[in-house]
Design a protein around this ligand. Structure first.
Ligand SMILES: [Zn+2]
Length: 395
């Protein structure tokens, strides 16, 4: 900062002042980044309460610590809790407990030091008349704008407001078709046998060869996930924009769906005396591989997924079935989640071409869906018949 040793106090002072300003500017810029920018690693709903409220440096430390959960689990001794004791950030065993419960990391778990994203000094109590933090005018203006917009504008504005209001609910991910293909799944057109849902041996018992090749021609891409007994939930998490690692959230949300009051009579009828069994299958006690009774099983989970996320769920492989929401009516811009069961033990995400045929719905769906939900069958009748023509059941 000083070119040479010649100069007076004024020159030193100016040089120091300039340097400090530069540093201040850098710190301000980093606060702005923490406030407005989301790193790809932090799009998971686990970070929902922290995004934009906690420094990115802290988020990066937490993301690193999350990797230790695989071997530390919820065990304090193995964890050592260094991140908690020296940085005031959630350590591996703590993160493990949130993960198991499918709970987003609470903001209180992060020391206030990491939550300060401004250079301003806190105002003394009484010094502020409240006008600076009063949002009434802004909210009124927001309402005025909302009312003046057309349906598309309303939808866009609502989704932006929801991002602020429900930080852990709004998927910030790009649509699923842009997801990277992982693991051993390769380029389009040359899928390895183990991921081809239509080469699943058991499927041959049900469908003839011709129909398989017709349906196979609709498969655009297959996306693999880690196989640890949570794979089905990983696929749904990924399709829903949570990212594969958001699987504990899906388990928790489906667990809440079963006891959701508006549909509790529906589930009483659907699952009857197996209700608690279905609920248990969603809860896990430990990390690592899950036993078969904890896997995503059909048709039980199919109903819960379609209802909770209000999506059409298409399952390929064996069994092969479609789930429409059971209590809502048809809506034109519905998401279609397509998953495939392979090797009798693994779920994958299947990206299908536009307009692919739907497999049939279950008998219980026909039996228990609400009157308004009939609209799903009516609107998709063409695609369902098409599928029946393609897949004649062998006698
Ligand atoms: Zn710990």
């Amino acid at each position: 900062m000083l070119g040479n040793s010649i100069g007076d106090m004024v020159k030193y002072w100016e040089a120091m002042n300039n340097n400090l300003r530069l540093q201040l500017g850098n710190i301000r810029a980093s606060f702005q980044k923490s406030f407005y920018e989301v790193e790809h690693a932090h799009i998971s709903p686990f970070y929902g309460y922290l995004r934009g409220s906690v420094s990115r440096a802290a988020l990066r430390r937490i993301a690193e610590e999350l990797l230790r959960v695989d071997y530390a689990g919820t065990n304090r001794k193995i964890c050592g809790c260094t991140l908690r004791t020296s940085y005031g950030l959630p350590c591996a065993c703590e993160l493990g407990r949130y993960t198991l419960g499918g709970i987003p990391i609470p903001i209180d778990a992060v020391h206030v030091h990491w939550r300060k994203l401004t250079m301003e000094v806190e105002l003394e109590v009484g010094e502020d008349d409240g006008s600076e933090v009063d949002m009434t005018c802004a909210m009124d203006e927001l309402w005025r704008r909302f009312r003046s917009l057309d349906v598309i504008g309303k939808r866009a504005l609502k989704s932006r407001v929801c991002e602020l209001a429900y930080p852990t609910m709004t998927p910030l991910c790009p649509p699923s078709e842009k997801l990277k293909t992982k693991g051993r799944v390769k380029k389009k057109g040359e899928k390895p046998a183990e991921y081809d849902v239509y080469r699943d041996p058991s499927y041959h018992e049900y469908v003839n060869k011709e129909s398989q090749s017709s349906q196979r021609s609709y498969i655009e891409d297959v996306v693999n996930v880690e196989s640890d007994g949570n794979c089905g939930f990983r696929v749904i998490a990924s399709l829903h924009g949570y990212g594969e690692d958001g699987w504990p959230m899906v388990r928790r949300e489906l667990g809440l769906e079963i006891i959701y009051k508006d549909r509790s009579t529906l589930y009483d009828k659907l699952f009857s005396n197996r209700l608690s069994e279905v609920r248990e299958s969603l809860m896990i006690e430990s990390f690592g591989s899950q036993p078969p009774e904890k896997w995503l099983s059909l048709p039980d989970m199919g109903y819960l997924i379609a209802n909770h996320y209000n999506v059409v769920l298409v399952c390929l492989g064996n069994p092969c079935m479609t789930f429409f929401p059971m209590t809502s009516s048809h809506s034109p811009n519905i998401s279609i989640y397509c998953i495939g069961f392979v090797n009798h033990n693994h779920w994958v995400q299947v990206n299908m071409k536009e307009g692919f045929p739907f497999p049939p719905v279950t008998l219980d769906w026909r039996k228990f869906h609400s009157r308004t939900a009939t609209t799903w069958m009516l609107r998709f009748a063409g695609r369902m018949q098409h599928c029946q023509l393609l897949t004649p059941v062998l006698a």
